[in-house]
Write a protein of this length. Structure first.
Length: 220
């Protein structure tokens, strides 16, 4: 029975896509948890729009059931009326969205789309560093978001080191450059995904030590 309902749901989506949902379905239908996206349909002159969000439930009759998505899972930013609306997706999962369109003549139609929300992409942030004297080492502290285990690529501007199987955050690495260096995480991955956007860059200033020379004493 559930299988039959699931087939009917997808058939409904297909029919509505052919009728009216094409502008909405043309959007990217995959986002990461915490991200905000816009949902839109082609504007109808004199038309009005009402959007609804639904959790993934194959028993829902979109034609008569209003939106049932908790605001803790996904919510509209501002109004849910208009040809374009903004939604923030908070919890990973599959969601449906519906827009009811009423034209100037009072005739209505609905368009339905589906959004898959993935686990949030991992992020890395390096804490500021205090200058050190030449020859000294210091701890590079990297805060990570996401789910362990992590893997990161850490660049000092000239070379890159990969650290795998990081099990806790923050992650600490001991560094001792001979000259001032700029540190950046160029890749971070966790149990669910990978982020190739660079983290913040921090500079470790290496201060020179004073030069010394033998003490020469003259005279008796």
């Amino acid at each position: 029975m559930n299988k039959a309902k699931h087939i009917l749901r997808w058939l409904l989506l297909f029919i509505l896509a052919a009728m009216a949902v094409a502008p909405s379905m043309a959007q990217t239908n995959t986002v990461y948890a915490g991200q905000t996206s816009q949902l839109s349909v082609v504007e109808v002159p004199g038309g009005s729009y009402t959007w609804d969000l639904y959790i993934d439930d194959v028993s829902i009759n979109f034609g008569i059931v209003p939106g049932n998505c908790p605001v803790t899972s996904a919510h509209f930013n501002g109004s849910n009326a208009g040809a374009v609306v903004s939604v923030t997706w908070l919890i990973p999962g599959v969601y449906y969205y519906k827009v009811t369109i009423v034209n100037a003549e009072g005739c209505s139609n609905i368009a339905i789309g589906m959004m898959t929300v993935l686990n949030a992409i991992p992020l890395a942030e390096i804490e500021p560093l205090t200058p050190v004297c030449s020859g000294n080492s210091t701890s590079l502290v990297i805060n990570l978001t996401g789910t362990a285990p992590w893997s990161i690529d850490l660049s000092d501007g000239t070379s890159t080191i990969t650290y795998d199987n990081i099990l806790s955050s923050p992650f600490t690495s001991l560094v001792a450059p001979l000259v001032s260096a700029n540190y950046t995480v160029t890749r971070v991955s966790d149990a669910y995904g990978q982020n190739l956007n660079h983290s913040n860059t921090v500079t470790l200033v290496v201060k020179p030590r004073p030069l010394t020379s033998p003490i020469i004493q003259y005279g008796p």
